[in-house]
Design a protein around this ligand. Structure first.
Ligand code: NAD
Length: 295
C-alpha cells in the first residue's frame, strides 16, 4: 500500500473540536488551515482568535506553543474556499446538524481536489446520508473520522466507511492517523452514533436518570464516577460540560430519531434540566456556563 502524503490539512469549523484538531495537526508539524463562518468585518483574525480563546477555556488545555497556534492559517467560507485546493485532507467539524453539514458540503465540494480525502468528524450522523448528494467521485473519497474530545489526549479515532468509500484510501488514512497523529483506529459501522457514542451516551443518560431518581447531586455523582474509581478527571457531568451541552443533545437526538425500534427508545431523551440550560445559552465550557460553571 502506498503511503499518503498529507502536505496540508483543512479543518472546517473552529469550534471545540475543529480548533483542537487543527492544533493537534499543527503540533505534529502538519500545515493546517482552519475555516469558520466569516469573521466580523474588520476582524481579520477573528476565526483564529475565536478558536484560540476557545482553546484557552479547555481543560486540559491543548499543549501548544504560541508559535504553533500562530502557524494555523485562518480562513472563511465566503472568501477563502480556493485554499481547499492546497489541502490533501479536509476534515469537517461544524455543528452536529445534518442540514448545516449538507449545505456546507455543497459549497465546498467544487473546491476540493479530486484526490483529496474529505471526512466528517460527526459524533454519529449517518455518513451514508451525508454522502448522498455528493458527486460519485467525491463519495469515494468521503468517510467518517471521529476524533474524541480532547483530541490531543484521546487516542481513539473511529473511521467509518460507506458502501462507496474507496478501501485503499481508508487504509492510507488509517496509516497516516496512526503514524503521524499517534492515533489508535477502530473501524466502525455506519450505525447511529457509531460504537463509542452509542454506548457512551447511553450510559451517560442512565447516570442522569439515576441521579434524579436517587436525588443525588452532580458533584456527588462525579465523585462516584470519576478519578476515585480510576476514570478521568472529567467524570460524567464534567464530561458533558467539556463536550458541549448542545452537542450532547444533538447526539441524544440522533438516537431518538434513528432508532425507533430500539427497546430503550423512550429513554433517548435529553432531561428537561439539560434542555433548559441549552435554552439559556449555557452550553458548558465553551460558553463558560453549563452544568457546573454558572455565568
Ligand atoms: P461547536 O459548537 O464547538 O462548534 C461548531 C462550529 O461550527 C462553530 O465554530 C460554528 O461557527 C460552526 N458552524 C455552526 N454552524 C455552521 C454552519 N451552518 N456552517 C458552517 N459552520 C458552522 O461544536 P463541536 O463540539 O466542535 O462539534 C463539531 C462536530 O464534532 C460535531 O459534528 C460534533 O458532533 C462532533 N464532535 C464533537 C465532540 C465534542 O466533544 N464536542 C466530540 C467528537 C465529535
Amino acid at each position: 500500500m502506498s503511503r499518503m502524503t498529507v502536505r496540508k490539512v483543512a479543518v472546517l469549523g473552529a469550534g471545540v473540536m475543529g480548533a483542537q484538531i487543527a492544533t493537534h495537526c499543527a503540533n505534529a508539524d502538519v500545515p493546517v488551515v482552519l475555516f469558520d463562518l466569516p469573521a466580523k468585518a474588520g476582524d481579520a483574525n477573528g476565526i483564529v482568535n475565536k478558536a484560540l480563546a476557545g482553546l484557552r477555556k479547555l481543560q486540559p488545555a491543548p499543549a501548544a506553543t504560541k508559535e504553533t497556534l500562530q502557524a494555523i492559517e485562518a480562513a472563511n467560507y465566503e472568501h477563502d474556499l480556493e485554499k481547499l485546493r492546497e489541502c490533501d485532507l479536509v476534515i469537517e467539524a461544524i455543528a452536529e446538524k445534518m442540514e448545516w453539514k449538507l449545505d456546507l458540503y455543497a459549497k465546498v465540494a467544487p473546491h476540493l481536489r479530486p484526490d483529496a480525502i474529505f471526512a466528517s468528524n460527526t459524533s454519529g450522523l449517518s455518513i451514508t446520508a451525508l454522502a448522498e448528494g455528493m458527486p460519485a467521485a467525491l463519495r469515494g473519497r468521503f468517510c467518517g473520522i471521529h476524533f474524541f474530545n480532547p483530541p490531543r489526549y484521546m487516542a481513539l479515532v473511529e473511521l467509518i466507511a460507506t458502501a462507496h468509500t474507496d478501501p485503499a484510501m481508508l487504509d492510507q488514512l488509517e496509516t497516516w492517523l496512526t503514524t503521524r497523529l499517534g492515533k489508535s483506529i477502530v473501524r466502525a459501522k455506519d450505525t447511529p452514533n457509531f460504537v463509542a457514542n452509542r454506548v457512551g451516551v447511553f450510559s451517560m443518560l442512565a447516570v442522569m436518570h439515576h441521579t434524579a431518581r436517587l436525588g443525588l447531586g452532580f458533584d456527588e455523582v462525579d465523585l462516584l464516577t470519576g478519578p476515585k474509581i480510576g476514570r478521568p478527571k472529567s467524570a460524567t457531568y464534567r464530561t458533558a460540560d467539556v463536550v458541549g451541552l448542545d452537542t450532547l443533545a444533538h447526539v441524544i437526538h440522533t438516537m431518538q430519531a434513528t432508532l425507533p425500534d430500539d427497546p430503550w427508545h423512550a429513554f433517548f431523551q435529553a432531561p428537561a434540566w439539560l434542555t433548559a440550560l441549552i435554552d439559556q445559552g449555557a452550553l458548558g465550557q465553551k460558553t463558560r456556563a453549563g452544568i457546573y460553571t454558572k455565568q
